[in-house]
Design a protein around this ligand. Structure first.
Ligand code: MG
Ligand code: MG
Length: 279
């Protein structure tokens, strides 16, 4: 899940809650359960399945393993998953919609375990998708990897967004600006905000023990988004597809330590499709 960026607000100096090594390990444990819950969803993603079914599976799995789905009841959100199909960017509410061949679906989930949240998202292709949409998924996933690899102690938040922007712009895709990544910890959304665009050397300096959700939201067409009447779902204004990948990472020993994982998802996809590519 991603907070809406409050454009034009006055930036105040804030103290960031830096996590201890022990707390980072608690978040990693939360992230591991989250990765396994994602994999349970990945097993079910195919034409004909409803998004409500995906949500029910994730909620059940997380609670059966002692966690709580962080998004459920968060600011009134009614489910444990955000499921955002095709032109939906983020915060889609699970329901009766049945996935169709050629759809893409962003599945965003959070877990609260041992007092700490973790947050990650993965976008799947449902069956075969057109090549430009496949490219959108690959570029969005790669932009997250590049952002994570760029993290070093002493750099600033703007450097993360810069790394994403520089990569994505080469492909002619656009970056959503109204929603951003965020700090993660005892609360699902903490400071600082982590925009997916930015200028080198600007913004808050990264410090050891910061835990951040980095979550590029990349559109095939225009960067503009609107909110639907359900007061949650964000979709592209031109109704072209959007992709979203997210990891929770800690600044640990001077670099990004990824606390969530796609490994369980990709094991499932390997069994389904026999190879590791973005699905
Ligand atoms: Mg999320
Ligand atoms: Mg998030």
């Amino acid at each position: 899940m991603s907070p809406l960026f409050k454009i034009g607000r006055v930036l105040k100096k804030k103290a960031f809650y830096l996590k201890t090594k022990e707390e980072i390990e608690l978040i990693r444990t939360s992230g591991d359960l989250l990765g396994k819950a994602h994999a349970e969803v990945a097993k079910l993603v195919e034409p004909g399945v409803t998004t409500a079914r995906l949500n029910a599976k994730a909620e059940e799995y997380i609670q059966d393993h002692g966690g709580w789905p962080s998004f459920k009841n968060f600011n009134g959100f009614p489910a444990g998953l955000c499921v955002s199909v095709n032109e939906k960017v983020v915060h889609g509410i699970p329901g009766a919609y049945e996935l169709r061949e050629g759809d893409i679906i962003s599945v965003d989930c959070g877990v609260l375990l041992n007092g700490f949240h973790s947050d990650s998202a993965y976008t799947y292709a449902v069956g075969e998708v057109v090549p430009r949409v496949r490219e959108l998924l690959e570029v969005t996933k790669k932009s997250l990897e590049i952002a994570i690899d760029s993290v070093t102690s002493g750099m600033r938040i703007g450097d993360i967004g810069f790394a994403i922007q520089q990569y994505v712009s080469k492909f002619g895709f656009s970056i959503v600006r109204e929603l951003v990544g965020h700090g993660v910890g005892k609360h699902l959304h903490e400071e600082p905000e982590v925009p997916n665009y930015g200028k080198r050397g600007q913004g808050v300096r990264l410090q050891e023990g910061m835990v951040l959700a980095i979550e590029p939201m990349i559109n095939l067409g225009s960067r503009n988004v609107v909110q639907e009447r359900d007061n949650w779902t964000i979709r592209t204004s031109d109704r072209k597809p959007s992709a979203h990948f997210e990891h929770t990472v800690a600044l640990n020993n001077g670099k990004a330590d990824v606390l969530t994982t796609f490994a369980y998802i990709e094991e499932v996809l390997n069994v389904k499709y026999g190879k590791t590519i973005v699905h």
